[in-house]
Ligand binder design. Structure first.
Ligand code: PLP
Length: 400
């Protein structure tokens, strides 16, 4: 049941360090205030007090389905069509393998050059492992719909480009894939919790995504996988772990998949992470996704206008039309890495993606216009006074 829609932002639902402007919720969402108490109670009352009994009495076993339904409500998936677990890379592998099974006479995996490398790497690994002549065909993002030739088995596309924020037309591309007889696999890493998504309406076969970005599930939060309900019964899971078995506790010698989405589970679920996520997702009970999208566009448009007016050294690297962007804005700058370090040192947190992209995420759950204006004040100061030109800001850490 939905609560009355909330006006955004709802800053008091998050723990945000005093004075910090956090423009990186597209990479790691902040800590929702509900999480620490929930997690602490869960650890003490369930793990601590119930130990092994908690799998039944606290329904740890049902968690992946329960949380999957919570995520499903945010991406237009029917009840029972999403399960949780593992990382997004693993879920990409599972979905891709299942998609190829649906088109045994085709050999091409179509993707685009804006996709996140891990998705492409997983495809490369799967192709090598299958050793059956498959090919990963990577085209420019603008060319995806036109590249649906009749040899394409599956189109594996990330809806929102992690670098540029460019957003694909989910409905149009899915239609093009289906018209060519291809299977459609969407990666919603930068969509879930960022833009309205309607998986059921899109009729795509598969979708995957992560929950530590806009869904605020915390570092290492589990991924999700959606399989269109009419297809699940015919899928042979590539990762045939015991918790995807129809009767894990029968300990049968042979694998026999569960009849439903549970067959996409692999092994023991990350119970603590799922508990954190379950609490984090409560924030969304009162959020209207269209209102969130409107706010995201308002904040991003303000940011672009202010940066272009005050920081001429930066070049917009995202589509100018807000309808073609997700919830992030990128600017190219030759000294982008050092400039981002200078911003971070001043408590304005964005991130950097090679070779020269300064990336800013706009999450209307906890950001408003005054945050955007203050962030641009700091950015203009960094650029006008060359504050980035400091050896301390040029040392790249392991994680950028
Ligand atoms: C963030 C992201 C990933 C990360 O995968 P993990 O396995 O969770 O580390 C993969 N693909 C895309 C498109 C992403 O944006």
């Amino acid at each position: 049941m939905k609560d009355v829609p909330m006006q955004l932002p709802m800053k008091d639902r998050f723990h945000l360090p005093e004075g910090m402007i956090y423009l990186d919720g597209n990479s790691l969402g902040p800590l929702p205030r509900d999480v620490p108490d929930h997690l602490s109670r869960m650890v003490t009352d369930e793990w601590g007090a119930h130990l092994i009994k908690a799998w039944n009495v606290d329904d740890w076993m049902g968690q992946p389905m329960r949380v999957g339904n919570q995520v499903g409500r945010l991406v237009g998936a029917p009840e029972g069509s999403i399960t949780m677990g593992d990382t997004l890379s693993i879920k990409v592998y599972q979905a891709l393998s299942a998609a190829l099974q649906l088109r045994p006479d085709r050999r091409v995996i179509l993707s685009d050059s804006g996709n996140f490398p891990s998705d492409l790497y997983m495809a490369q690994g799967l192709i090598a492992h299958l050793n059956a002549g498959h090919e990963l065909r990577v085209v420019a993002p603008e060319e995806v719909a036109g590249a649906m030739t009749d040899d394409v088995a599956v189109a594996m596309i990330t809806q929102v480009d992690y670098r540029s924020g460019r957003m694909h037309d989910m409905e149009g591309i899915t239609k093009a894939a289906h018209a060519a007889g291809a299977v459609m696999l969407w990666d919603l890493a930068h969509s879930a919790g960022a833009v309205p998504v309607d998986l059921a309406a899109s009729a795509c076969e598969f979708a995957v995504g992560c929950t530590y970005k806009y869904l605020n599930g915390g570092p290492g939060a589990p991924a999700f996988i959606y399989v269109r309900p009419d297809l699940i019964g015919g899928i042979d899971p590539a990762l045939s772990g015991w918790l995807g078995h129809d009767a894990p506790f029968a300990f049968e010698p042979s694998y026999r998949p569960a009849p439903d989405i549970e067959r996409m589970r692999v092994g023991t679920p990350p119970v603590l992470q799922l508990s954190a996520l379950e609490a984090a997702l409560r924030v969304w009970d009162s959020v209207d996704m269209q209102h969130l999208r409107d706010r995201s566009i308002a904040l991003s448009e303000l940011f672009i206008a202010e940066v272009e007016a005050r920081c001429p050294a930066l070049t917009l690297a995202s589509p100018r039309d807000p309808a073609l962007r997700g919830s992030q804005v990128s600017f190219a700058f030759e000294y982008g890495y050092a400039a981002m370090q200078a911003l971070i040192a001043r408590d304005v947190i964005g991130d950097f993606r090679a070779p020269d992209i300064m990336r800013f995420g706009f999450t209307p759950l906890y950001l408003d216009e005054s945050d955007v204006r203050r962030a641009v004040d700091v950015l203009a100061d960094v650029l006008d006074n060359r504050l980035w030109d400091n050896p301390d800001y040029k040392q790249a850490g392991r994680v950028t």
